[in-house]
Design a protein around this ligand. Structure first.
Ligand code: ZN
Length: 179
């Protein structure tokens, strides 16, 4: 197998992160290659999930590796059920190094297609449910910053401005997690 090169992870301010990604119309070898390169990128950044817009590709696809089922890719995912509430720390590879307490649905059912074009649905709780919501948000052009309370958001924007002014490189998250 040839080594798959990782992508650069797009960060806050990149317009591709604000765009609603397009439905995937064909699940083929090229899409599988993209998913493979996204997994490599995700692992290198020590993330648990990565959506295609985060590598500059505006398509409805994300990859993740969160439990013992091994890595998965989900194409054209839709959250069809969501219930309960769960508050937990959440990070994003596109907003590196910042973590926020966010409330999400505690349990979700997500439906989509795998890389063989088969329809699949997965039910997730807690971390897994949070991941599905976080990644589908990316496909809709939303960053977790938009889910913050006004106070959290103010602090986050101040920190991001401070970094931009000081010309600090968007360092990768210094801890594992995030999507
Ligand atoms: Zn993210």
């Amino acid at each position: 197998m040839p080594q798959v090169a990782p992508y650069r992870v797009r960060t806050f301010g990149d317009p591709v992160l604000r765009r609603r990604a397009e439905e995937v119309s064909e699940i083929d070898g090229r899409l599988a290659q993209l998913a493979e390169a996204m997994l490599v990128t995700m692992r290198e950044a020590r993330g648990v999930g990565l959506a295609a817009p985060q590598v500059g590709v505006s398509k409805r696809l994300f990859v993740y590796d969160i439990n013992d089922t091994g890595p998965r890719a989900l194409v054209n995912p839709v959250i069809v059920e969501a219930e309960g509430e769960w508050e937990h720390e959440e990070g994003c590879l596109s907003v590196p190094g910042l973590w926020f307490n966010l409330t999400r649905a505690k349990r979700v059912l997500v439906r989509g297609y795998d890389l063989d074009g088969r329809e699949v649905s997965y039910e997730g709780e807690d971390m897994e449910a949070k991941l599905y919501q976080h990644e589908v948000d990316h496909l809709d052009g939303h960053l977790l910053l938009e889910r913050l309370s006004p106070q959290q958001r103010k602090e986050a924007m101040r920190e991001l401005r401070r970094r931009a002014e000081q010309g600090e490189p968007a360092s990768q998250a210094s801890r594992a997690g995030g999507g």
